[in-house]
Design a protein around this ligand. Structure first.
Ligand SMILES: C[S@@+](CC[C@H](N)C(=O)[O-])C[C@H]1O[C@@H](n2cnc3c(N)ncnc32)[C@H](O)[C@@H]1O
Length: 218
């Protein structure tokens, strides 16, 4: 079916519909006021808008929290459907034991805040509640072909490596931007992925990017 774009489009639409049936939005907007507390450094926002094609059709974000970066992506790529993969349970640094009470206090209602914030875009957003490697495998099993990935979930070497390996394995031509290049574990994971795969990587003080390579697109 190569070259039959109408087939590809309807196939993608069906797969997204299947996914949305598994992860439905509630019938009503949760009763929380807008609260955009989150993490999106200026240099990361620049990397996102500089590398994500404005005409992207399918974007995947690993690590959404309350939706700050998700909103930036939705505004930047107005035709895109956005799949947000998150446990909405917080990362290790958000847990009460980490000692940051401001972050820990936000965990109990995290997904409800996210749903309330992203409610205006709910027709274009699917909130896939899962450990991100499992969520990525679910998208691969559905045969989805995202154009662009943003990774900002758990910042350990092993976790970032797992996400990068899965994305490069299933979608070798897709563009990947990652946050927290200023975190030593994330930087090591991104640098190691570049060395092992031979993929070109660009970076700025807070973000890294593996630009897409059209010839690798399946
Ligand atoms: C730094 S926050 C994301 C910030 C967000 N991008 C923003 O714009 O504010 C990290 C998110 O990753 C999620 N997370 C942590 N570990 C995860 C995992 N193993 N799988 C999926 N999500 C995870 C957390 O629940 C949290 O919402």
């Amino acid at each position: 079916m190569d070259g039959d774009s109408s087939f590809i489009r309807s196939d993608t639409t069906q797969a997204i519909a299947q996914l949305r049936a598994r992860y439905p939005w509630p019938p009503e907007r949760p009763e929380f006021s807008e609260d955009w507390f989150g993490w999106l450094a200026d240099t990361t926002a620049e990397m996102l808008t500089g590398q994500c094609p404005p005409d992207a059709r399918l974007i995947v974000e690993c690590g959404t929290w309350k939706g700050l970066s998700a909103k930036a992506l939705l505004l930047h790529a107005p035709a895109a459907h956005l799949i947000c993969i998150d446990t909405w349970l917080g990362s290790p640094e958000h847990q009460p034991a980490s000692g940051n009470q401001l972050w820990a206090d936000q965990l109990p209602d995290l997904i409800e805040h996210c749903r309330a914030n992203l409610w205006p875009w709910r027709d274009r957003v699917t909130l896939l509640r899962a450990n991100s490697p499992d969520g990525l495998k679910e998208l691969a099993e559905l045969g989805l072909s995202p154009d662009f990935f943003y990774i900002d979930s758990e910042h350990s070497f092993d976790h970032v490596t797992k996400e990068l390996n899965l994305i490069t394995l299933h979608w070798p031509g897709a563009i990947i931007v990652g946050d927290d290049y200023n975190n030593a574990a994330v930087k090591l994971a991104a640098d190691t992925h570049a060395t092992i795969t031979g993929r070109r990587m660009v970076s700025n003080p807070s973000a890294f990017c593996f630009p897409g390579s059209p010839e690798e697109t399946p």
